[in-house]
Design a protein around this ligand. Sequence first.
Ligand code: PA5
Length: 433
Amino acid sequence: MIQDNYIQFECFYASEQQKSQYADFLNKSHQANCQLERDEHEGKDFLGWLHLPSATSTQMLDSIETEANRLRHICDVVVVIGIGGSYLGAKAVTEAFVKPLSMDDNDCRICFAGYNMSADYMQMMLDYLSNKRYGIVVISKSGTTTEPAISFRILRKHLEQQVGIDEARKRIVAITDRSKGALLTIAKKEGYPTFPIEDSIGGRYSVFSPVGLFPIALAGIDIRAFVQGALKAETFTDDKHEGNIAEQYAAWRQLFYADGRKIEILASYNPRLNNIAEWWKQLFGESEGKNHKGIFPASANFSTDLHSVGQWIQDGERSLFETVLEIKQAEYKVEIPYDKENIDNLNYIANKNIEDVNASACLGTMKAHAEGDVPLLHFSMPRLTPEALGTMLYTFERACAISGYMLGVNPFDQPGVEAYKRNLFTLLGKPGY
Ligand code: PA5
């Protein structure tokens, strides 16, 4: 078995009966991984992500960093516009690394738009931007998705009014298809710098393409280390490494699902991972939820949710399994101080790092959930670094594709997303609907 330096995986708890079926599921998982490498499945035209880390050239990384640095230099705030796979990866990674309370004036702040149609949200954003030196990164593979298109139209007009058309052109970057779509047409007409999204890479598998890398670079995060981490996972999760952690994770997921566990909860003990969970939910939910099948992906952040849905997880209907994503060593140490009065009775943990208490909460909760018959998988990263996160996210992508193949669905399309769009366009009276 491949041991990797950055992430570890184990099945922390499964019933004896479940364990007895594992070898069979792992074998199926390996077969699915082989199919993936050999382009032998439905969706084979959407495998551009599979070897993307190794195909990403130094020139591409250079041009992303150069353009991102130019924009950082002329803007205090950049609004990244996109929805679904066109923003969740960037949001997940930037919010894992950017300090929420940063007061550093040199930081270029990133905020996100285009993923809702709330007038309140938009007006508050316009108010916030009205006295800021800001720019826009607009991301849409199709270049026609309604939510980001509306946000872009509003924000672009606002920026043009604030700084003039010529200056606005310098502050807008578009990431879209190479050859088609309304966004490409606008970008060409206005002369915006653009980065391409390849046809063979679907939104939710695009975090290692310019879709994710450009905003991540904009936030000052090391995209080379991030891609390096993914490259490592690309190698150790391929079909030559039979039984690798992506195959193991996919095998356990499908085994639990076949055993009636229809919900998976991704649990973490660090709020820096909250948006990683949002990215993960989209990846697995949009890839697997088809033909009336699929594990429902949910998430929990502990300790917060131990005082909320924790009760349900421990004691409610036994229809779920849990995957814990743990960071072994936090970036900072915060000691609990000694207090001579000890009115709050906390001196028994005085001088301990708060993170040690968190680690005990993690292990204690995992044990409690196992005792409560919640099948439990466990990933850990020694530290939260761009490289480790690159390894983790690529491993999830690979496991998701394997898991989708095992389930018998195409993990790269999203036909169900069209249903709401048809109704929306009919209600709005869009020509042709
Ligand atoms: O994962 C996907 O493919 C989707 O979530 C898309 O990313 C999302 O629908 C946005 O599409 P587009 O980038 O074409 O605007």
